[in-house]
Design a protein around this ligand. Structure first.
Ligand code: NAI
Ligand code: MG
Length: 351
């Protein structure tokens, strides 16, 4: 029997509350399809940072290297600056393991009320492909004259031909599979060096994928269209910053941040990929047992796809759709009164 080695990093707050449901779902669906999981759990978190002075141990990345995939809850703890948790754990994992694609599917499920009137269940179904390791989130730059009136900060955006090309190829290939269209997020009117370069590479990669239709939109207009006409999109590809913002906007359009999943992919499979819900550690509801587990469960379904079990992944997304469409069991963020455990139980029943 195939046995996948999974690293579990629950993290902080509700991160630790949403991973056990994801594990239960994985074990159940694995039993049915004839494969299993061996989990190794790591306590890497902001709480660890407060205790030991680091989010993860020095050899942390080496401990993950031989795993088939990483499942992460969320990190973030009041009192620990967010750049510590991000640059101490998530960004090193993404970069060291060349997880250059951040994939975020957006789907409006039947039974979920979107805050956007035009976001009709079944019609809105698209994917944001975010460049995940370069772009605006660079370490190049600095601060000068701290504390003086002439104080300044400079941060360089880094776009490489290789880095942009590979993420665009991923987006075009994905769109070819889906039979849809690519929309590129740009801002080449205002950002005069990196964004025209991005646009040139988009045109180049489009020529290499002649069966895929494509267009491009400036990021500001695109943000408006996400709200006004979300059903028109199929695969949206953007730089690190643009993709980050667009995917949170899209998750809100889909109805709840608690449902949205994400995959950080190393498409070449040289390193483990990482799967995580889009939401954070939600300190406002932590330890009350009411977190919505669907974002983590859907992320686990993306992990199943990546591990070569698309039929098992579909069983999981079908169960998510069923629990929302056919029952009124819901956690409070979706207007219900169910606990995380009750919601998970219903989901497992429908799986
Ligand atoms: P958040 O996503 O944790 O919470 C935003 C709001 O959505 C809160 O009202 C929360 O209760 C609600 N919410 C989020 N997930 C939910 C779920 N599964 N079920 C029910 N309600 C849910 O974002 P926020 O408050 O901006 O950040 C809190 C902490 O999380 C910060 O320290 C932040 O840095 C961190 N964070 C970590 C991320 C990660 O680990 N990838 C991503 C985003 C934030
Ligand atoms: Mg974000």
């Amino acid at each position: 029997m195939t046995n996948h080695r999974i690293a579990l990093i629950p993290g902080d707050g509700i991160g630790a509350e949403v991973l056990p449901p994801a594990q239960q779902v994985l074990d159940a669906v694995g039993r049915r399809h004839g494969f299993g999981f061996t989990y190794t759990a790591y306590d890497w978190s902001c709480e660890r940072y407060l205790r030991d002075g680091a989010m993860m141990p020095k050899d942390g990345l080496d401990q993950l290297r031989d795993k088939d995939a990483i499942l992460l809850g969320a990190v973030g703890y009041p009192g620990v600056p967010d750049h510590v948790s991000l640059w101490g754990l998530l960004i090193p994992i993404r970069r060291s393991f060349c997880q250059y694609v951040n994939l975020r599917p957006i789907h409006v499920f039947e039974g979920i009320d979107s805050p956007v009137r035009g976001a009709v269940a079944g019609e809105v179904d698209f994917v944001v492909v975010r460049e995940n390791v370069e772009g605006e989130y660079s370490e190049i730059g600095g601060r000068l004259n701290r504390g003086f009136p002439e104080e300044m900060a400079v941060q360089e955006a880094v776009f490489t031909r290789a880095g942009v090309t590979r993420v665009l190829d991923y987006a075009f290939d994905l769109s070819a599979q889906r039979g849809g269209k690519v929309t590129s997020a740009t801002k080449s009117n205002g950002i005069v060096h990196t964004m025209p370069f991005w646009d040139e590479l988009v045109a180049e990669r489009a020529a290499a994928h002649p069966t895929v239709t494509w267009d491009q939109e400036h990021i500001d207009a695109l943000a408006a269209k996400f709200v006004l006409d979300p059903a028109r999109f199929d695969v949206v590809v953007g730089s690190n910053l643009f993709g980050d913002i667009l995917s949170d906007l899209a998750a809100a359009v889909a109805g709840s941040i608690g449902i949205a999943p994400a995959a950080n992919l190393n498409p070449e499979r040289k390193f483990p990929s990482m799967f995580e819900p889009v939401h954070g550690s939600a300190p406002d509801i932590a330890e009350r047992g009411i977190a919505n587990p669907l974002g983590a469960v859907w992320s686990a379904a993306m992990m199943l796809d990546h591990l070569g079990h698309p039929e098992a992944g579909k069983d999981v997304t079908d169960a998510i759709a069923a629990v929302l469409a056919k029952t009124d069991v819901r956690t409070p963020d979706l207007g219900g009164t169910a606990s995380t455990a009750e919601f998970t139980e219903k989901l497992l029943e429908l799986l």
